[in-house]
Design a protein around this ligand. Sequence first.
Ligand code: GLA
Length: 387
Amino acid sequence: MTTEEMQKKIEEVFAERFGGEGNIYASAGRINLIGEHTDYNGGFVFPGAIDKVIMADIRPNGLEKVRVFSIDIDEYAEFGLREEDAPSQSWARYIFGICREIQKRGGTVKGFDAVFAGNVPLGAGLSSSAALESCFAFALNDLFNGNSIDKFELAKIGQSTEHNYCGVNCGIMDQFASVFGRKGNLMRLDCRSMEYEYFPFNPEDYRLVLVDSRVKHELKDSPYNKRRESCERVAKRLGLDTLRDATMEDLDAIKSDITAEDYFRARFVIGEKERVLAVCDALNAGDYETVGKKMYETHEGLSKDYEVSCEELDFLNDVAKEMGVTGSRIMGGGFGGCTINLLPNDLHDKFVAEVTERFDKKYGHKPQIYDVVISDGARLVKEAPKA
Ligand code: GLA
């Protein structure tokens, strides 16, 4: 569904269910050029918002409850605004979490009606959940708080929602990208100081393509949280707050005191910090070959040391390499989802055709291809006419 079609559909369903119309808000999914699993280690990330969004039509209802309908899941949920009112549906917990996290910070949330939908593919590593969180955080800030909550706090409200209501101890990257995204720009964020910089990204001869394996390996025991715990153990052993300040020499010096698994996890993170900085320099110099080389190194590290890849993603990476794609790597948290590929414009069609065919032959389904369009983050799309 295009974003325009989606907006029309949301307006129709809102009118049917609740009558009239509310304000329409949207927030975006994200890509990340490089800097994976570095955010919760105080390192650097390099994301940008994309042209795929979660969009919601929202209007205060004068009640003490939220009434919300998800078009994509075709489900309705109704819940109050106290901690004990948490809904059971997992999708509704994101919205409930946003309400609660705003209230916990002293902000105001009153009852509202909402209808929402999205075209951020689920499970592809494009952060549909951050888009949902940011869309509602932005909207409730506008509707009930006169936009007095600053943008960083909105991102943190989304992150705390993941921690406290969804069981994922994520970093700040996804929510940051979804809130701060700007058309045509990637952003380098230092996740320790929270300083950030916009990087215009529109290389003349190259482009970014996502290849979505459409596999999502549901793994038990929250492997994401386990990666984070490994990193925290090593940092603690080194007497540091985060791995941001660790060097390979520091890590090697304690190698015999930590498990092999923790050692490899930390080795990836320390290497990744250096790679993000190298990519910034290379981008400034217009040196896309180096950018690509670093992307391949990241894939290797995510696959071998961090162990968040899978057979399908390693296969996509191998095909990219064989075909002369400039850079390719698994993107996002891992365990399925997509690869991000940097390639010369003139290789695009050939790569897309061949990778689709070869993947289909091996795994029995075609991957989904997305050309990356770097777009704006959270925003008010349309204001309801004044009554
Ligand atoms: C997920 C998390 C992010 C980040 C990435 C890996 O998307 O939500 O905070 O850690 O994984 O880079």
